[in-house]
Design a protein around this ligand. Structure first.
Ligand code: F0G
Length: 466
């Protein structure tokens, strides 16, 4: 781990420590809050305890400060390189994540470099020309977690850990298990019994993790694991680990690059444990502070109505405090009632004048099916972004000329049961679907039983042609 180039700064009290001094649970011994990685050589000090006008401007001289023009050129060049590290959409940007002693220690599965798709149908329906999906489900294990896992697991390997662990709603565990297997490390997965999608559980098994299913929710699993890592030499890989967020900030760089360094007006992100929105906020903030982009996009976070502690925190307390909720949603990836990174996510929203809102189970299901009709698909938690955008548009909060990017966090195959239940009509209860019946009926495509004759298939086709 490169302690010369980076340090950890407490998000709560501002205390600074070397990376190697972090406690096993990555909490500040002074105030209990989480840390953020910072790079003193860049001459930036944009902490939340300082008003915006006090932050150093971009003209401040610094010898180690990266040169924006040279970086943009270098990062683009690396896309044509034959070096394995350059093929990673995370390590391609390694000048902005100097966290390792040697980049030769990086454990990569060629994560990142995910596609940015134009959402033609949704754009037309909503009257927004420039609507895109950054599909993080197109990562090696099918979710955005890979971009953070390559960074934090590489730190674990460099620091000589044999075991890594995470509590998870499924995707983190799939990703961690894959990267650990790749690095030759052992992995411990703690998951809520019966509350994660089978596709994700099967991945952890396939990659050889020791998987423990607990009679607890995600929040209970994380609390328990926090106690375990204090007693055993196991490296914690949940997003409380600040190195996870360093990897997860890189899709912000990809998005900015895709728009030729003119950032979109609006980024919409699903919210669970709130590491991802925090990381993307940090990524865009660093680009701006380093002079690579002129401004930040508005960052909005969408939660499921049954798991909406940040929505409540911002509406009731201006994002200054959070009250945990008992979480319920079929979008199991974001079934989280006590999110760890809420303070960082609140900052990303408030600093950029974004919104934080929630959407119902039926709105999620409809939005997911609509993303399916674009030929993309995603898992339910990702679909909250489109459901949230529809609400923001209906409330007049997003203009037709704005450029909007939805962050799709997981692949549609992660939770095939959800998709099949939707199309069969067994997903939602009648009262949940109330008011959205026409949209649901229009989108449902249940498989039909047909006799094994050409005539029968042609008869089935007849009603659908034209
Ligand atoms: N979307 C998907 C597909 C997820 O798996 C998660 C989180 C989120 C969104 C929310 O991201 O927590 O950074 O706000 N999944 C975690 C897990 C909690 O264990 O896989 P977040």
């Amino acid at each position: 781990m490169n302690d010369n180039l980076h340090q950890l700064r407490c998000f709560g009290c501002g205390a600074r420590i070397a990376g190697a001094e972090a406690q096993p649970d990555f909490r500040c011994v002074e105030c209990g809050d989480l840390f953020e990685v910072e790079y003193p050589g860049w001459g930036l000090r944009g902490g939340p305890d300082r008003p915006k006008q006090d932050r150093p401007n971009q003209d401040r001289p610094s010898h180690d400060r990266p040169n924006p023009g040279a970086l943009k050129w270098l990062w683009r060049e690396r896309r044509c390189s034959s070096d394995g590290l350059d093929h990673s959409g995370v390590w391609r940007f390694r000048e902005l994540l100097p966290i390792l002693d040697s980049f030769g220690n990086a454990v990569t599965l060629r994560e990142g470099n995910t596609p940015l798709y134009h959402l033609r149908r949704a754009a037309k329906a909503l009257g927004i020309d420039q609507l895109y999906a950054k599909h993080q489900g197109m990562n090696p294990t099918g979710s955005f977690k890979d971009t953070g896992m390559t960074a934090a697991l590489s730190v674990a390997k460099e620091r000589g850990f044999e075991w890594v662990a995470c509590a998870s709603t499924g995707n983190t565990s799939a990703s961690m298990a894959a990267y650990a297997a790749r690095a030759g490390l052992r992995s411990l997965v703690i998951i809520p019994d019966g509350k994660i999608a089978w596709g994700k559980l099967s991945q952890a098994m396939d990659y050889g993790a020791l998987t423990c299913q607990l009679k607890a929710d995600f929040d209970g699993c994380l609390t328990l694991l926090t106690q375990i890592v204090k007693e055993a030499p196991i490296y914690l890989l949940n997003s409380v680990n600040p190195y996870r967020l360093e990897g997860q900030k890189t899709p912000a760089f990809e998005i900015a690059e895709a728009f030729d360094w003119n950032v979109p007006d609006h980024l919409i992100v699903p919210g669970g444990n709130l590491g991802n929105s925090s990381a993307l906020g940090k990524g865009f903030r660093e680009l701006q502070e380093l002079g690579l982009v002129a401004r930040m996009p508005r960052i909005s976070v969408i939660q499921a109505a049954g798991a909406n502690p940040l929505v409540r925190s911002i509406a009731e307390h201006g994002g200054a405090k959070i009250e945990p909720v008992e979480a319920h949603t079929r979008a199991t990836a974001i079934r989280i009632g006590n999110p760890a990174s809420w303070r960082k996510a609140a900052r990303a929203i408030l600093d950029t004048d974004g919104w934080c809102l929630d959407v119902t189970e039926a709105e999620i299901a409809v939005a997911k099916a609509e993303i399916g009709t674009e030929g993309l698909g995603c898992e339910p938690a990702s679909a909250v972004t489109l459901a949230g955008l529809k609400k923001l548009r209906a409330e007049g909060k997003i203009g037709s000329g704005e450029t909007v990017v939805l962050v799709l966090t997981g692949h549609t195959l992660k939770d095939a049961d959800y998709t099949i239940d939707f199309h069969k009509g067994t997903l939602l209860r009648e009262e949940e679907a109330a008011g959205l019946e026409p949209e649901i009926a229009h989108l449902q495509r249940n498989a039909i039983q047909v006799e094994a004759t050409p005539a029968a298939v042609l008869a089935a086709l007849k009603g659908r042609v034209g």
